[in-house]
Design a protein around this ligand. Sequence first.
Ligand code: GDD
Ligand code: MN
Length: 364
Amino acid sequence: MSDLYATIVVPCRHEEGNVGPLLDRIKTAMNGHPYEVLFVDDSDNDATVQAIRAADPNALVFHRMGEQRWGGLAGAVIDGLRMAHSDRVVVMDADLQHPPEVVPALLSTLDGGAELVMASRYTDGGDPGGLSGPFRRLVSGASTWLAKATFPIRLRGVTDPMTGFFGLRRSAVDAGTLHSRGFKILLEILARYPRLRRAEVPLRFDKRLSGDSKGDARQGLEYLKQLPRLRVATTPLRYFATARFRDFAIGGAVVAAAGVVLLEALVRTGMDPLAAFGVQLAVTLALNFSYNYLVTWRDRVRAGLARRISWFLATRGATQFLSWLLFAGLSAAVGLHHQVANGVCLVMAAAVNYYVTDKVVFTA
Ligand code: GDD
Ligand code: MN
């Protein structure tokens, strides 16, 4: 198989009326290039497998059963990416809404250096014509808009993030990182791999040859559930979207408030403000350390207390100093109001303190 030029992955479910004509047209389109077609079939009977065998005994079929049948269409595509033998993969539907004649253009775009090439209905020369009726068009437009609103930066320049017809360099993504269910596998690839070199070719979306679409309201609901999850899972700030950071932030805020009260009380009892500040600093550091030790990172190994305390004090000292520099820069150089500058410093310090406490102080 070393001279294999491409793997064409075809997710299918009850497509016995389509796979024969599909294989014929792929063969003509591939014009002698060595390729394999890999069907990932979720049909509840053998009719599709038999139709594939009758049309081309060399076609590969993974007929998923029971437990194997995870994720529907998206899961089938991910399994297909795992099982493909070539590094050049094209994913397409079985129902001939995706004309096989576009496959060579996808492959040559990969050869031109793209890692992901999408066949788009909404780019120049493309045509969503085969979307049956105004309702499907509306759903398609609305889901595309929603995807672009959710990922405005990652989908910049992508005209058809919902297309199920695309070419991919398999080595550019790790199929093990993909978990999509339902119909939106390309969107997950775009969201998780924003740095892929990508390209588009126009797609004239045809009518389904035979049988019925499996897209329905359930798929729509699945999409609405997936979108926010994918957003959270791929945000650069996901490190802070954890219960641990929530514990850290709540505890830190309470201790800081206690510090303000303590400072005020000490000054009112007549203590020198500088001395009162020192006491407040020592007390809040001790409270923060204890709280983080007993609550925020309670699951980490309870050893090396002295080492943990030293690192805690050292890293807090460093962030205090950096905060001071940042404050000076923001207030003096940039001219921000001192409370605004203080707010920025607090947010930065919280993030930095959390990170270093997690990575340096309470190491496992
Ligand atoms: N293995 C597997 N498992 N294949 C499935 C499943 C499933 O649960 N559900 C659908 N398929 C296969 C179909 O057999 C077909 O080959 C392909 O996935 C697309 O399914 P259709 O039922 O034809 O869906 P569609 O035409 O409504 O949706 C297509 O166009 C949309 C854009 O308008 C798909 O390409 C979508 O991904 C795309 O968003
Ligand atoms: Mn279809």
